[in-house]
Design a protein around this ligand. Structure first.
Ligand SMILES: Nc1ncnc2c1ncn2[C@@H]1O[C@H](COP(=O)(O)OP(=O)(O)O)[C@@H](O)[C@H]1O
Ligand SMILES: [Mg+2]
Ligand SMILES: [Zn+2]
Length: 384
């Protein structure tokens, strides 16, 4: 039996990513020591970013699996330690990549991340359901996706993704987003409260600080797409985000109802005032497929035409085409998926609602992040 080579052992360790930071543990200074014995026994000491790191088991399992794949390795012994303050500060420098603190990476001119803000006029129209399902659909299509749950009234995204009780890990003053089993990273404004049961009235400067924190102090890594679940309406969050993420593209969610459509138009107009581009409208709870005749017969529980109306009004108002991106039917398993922490695109992927959500995700993703679609601080007032 040959002794495993140290090079092979190191190469295997480099395939293990920190589950939160999503970069090789070898790049992050997390591997403190490697000991390769002639008898095929390997002992590794891995330094966690913080003690009581919620990912201890994952790291142990993945390091063991990676090393057992190296020829000659017969047993693996993983010891877990904790980084010193100095080591953590070093890690923070690595993660920042030299960028000064407080910069929002997504609003830099060289950012390749598509930022999609999901907005609505009122609550309960399915904004959060849409956000989590779009995120999962895009992740399934191989995209690296993050979600900022900025809904100060609801913050329901973590529960919908089955991570209701999760708290982010903090490395010095950098926050690690919470990973979900599907690979989407999440930060919710609810996670920034000092205590879970605390009621915080997020307003004014404090709200602005929380939003900047979620965008600048959270280590997102290189995301393809960042989705933001906004609170309903046209309040402080919309204004703050407009200031900090003028390049965000906005998806407006409405139900077919007249009243919902009217307030949705206001939310869309607000986004445009903040120089954000409205990329389309999603009509949710569009219809109930008839239980007798099938989906060809649409039972219009909440009326009809809301999505089309919002799209037409906004197109006219802005002078560019705002399309209806899709019509998501009412579906019991969509609600159940949200309640049980397993969104419908995963729990019931062949249902008509899931198929429509995936179609919308593909359409949004396929648009690319063309410079032509961005507003460089100019307000579009008319067609040319
Ligand atoms: N198409 C749909 N069919 C059935 N239930 C839905 C649908 N869309 C949303 N729901 C349910 O409606 C409720 C409100 O949706 P939610 O996404 O929380 O709305 P919002 O974020 O706009 O307040 C949730 O219980 C959700 O599961
Ligand atoms: Mg919500
Ligand atoms: Zn029928």
């Amino acid at each position: 039996m040959s002794t495993p080579s140290l090079d092979q052992v190191n190469a295997a360790l480099a395939t293990v990513n920190d589950p939160e930071i999503k970069r090789p543990i070898t790049d992050l200074g997390m591997v403190e020591s490697v000991d390769v014995g002639p008898d095929g026994r390997v002992a590794v000491t891995v330094l966690l970013t913080v003690s009581g790191c919620p990912m201890r088991d994952t790291i142990t399992r993945e390091v063991t699996a990676a090393l057992m794949g190296v020829p000659g390795v017969l047993s693996v012994d993983v010891n877990l330690g904790v980084m010193s303050d100095e080591q953590r500060a070093g890690l923070q420098d690595v993660l920042r990549g030299g960028r000064p603190q407080r910069d929002i990476p997504f609003s830099q001119p060289d950012s390749l991340t598509k930022v999609l803000a999901v907005a609505s006029g009122k609550g309960g129209v399915g904004k959060s359901s849409l956000t989590v399902n779009l995120a999962l659909a895009m992740a399934k299509q191989g995209r690296k996706v993050g979600i900022v749950d900025a809904d100060i009234y609801g913050h329901s995204v973590p529960a919908m993704l089955g991570i209701a009780d999760a708290r982010p890990t903090q490395v010095e003053d950098m926050i690690m987003p919470v990973p979900t089993p599907s690979g989407v990273s999440v930060i919710s404004i609810g996670m920034l409260k000092p205590r879970r049961d605390q009621v915080v009235a997020w307003r004014g400067p404090m709200l602005d600080r929380a939003l900047v924190q979620m965008l600048a102090d959270v280590y997102w890594g290189d995301l393809d797409v960042l989705l933001l679940d906004l609170p309903p309406g046209t309040g402080d969050v919309a204004i703050s985000l407009g200031q900090h993420l003028p390049n965000a593209e906005v998806v407006v969610v409405t139900t077919p109802q007249e009243a919902a459509a009217e307030v949705a138009e206001r939310a869309g107009t607000m986004a445009s005032m903040m120089h954000q581009r409205v990329v389309g409208v999603v009509e949710n709870m569009s219809f109930l497929p008839c239980p007798h005749c099938g989906p060809e017969h649409r039972l219009e529980i909440f009326g009809s035409g809301g999505g089309a109306r919002v799209a037409a009004t906004l197109s006219e108002r802005f002078g560019y085409d705002v399309a209806v991106l899709g019509e998501v039917p009412l579906d019991m398993s969509l609600r159940e998926g949200g309640d049980s922490g397993k969104p419908i695109v995963e729990s019931d992927p062949t249902s008509p609602a899931a198929l429509e959500l995936v179609r919308i995700a593909t359409a949004l993703d396929g648009r690319g992040r063309a410079l032509a679609g961005r507003q460089l601080g100019l307000t579009p007032t008319s067609k040319f």
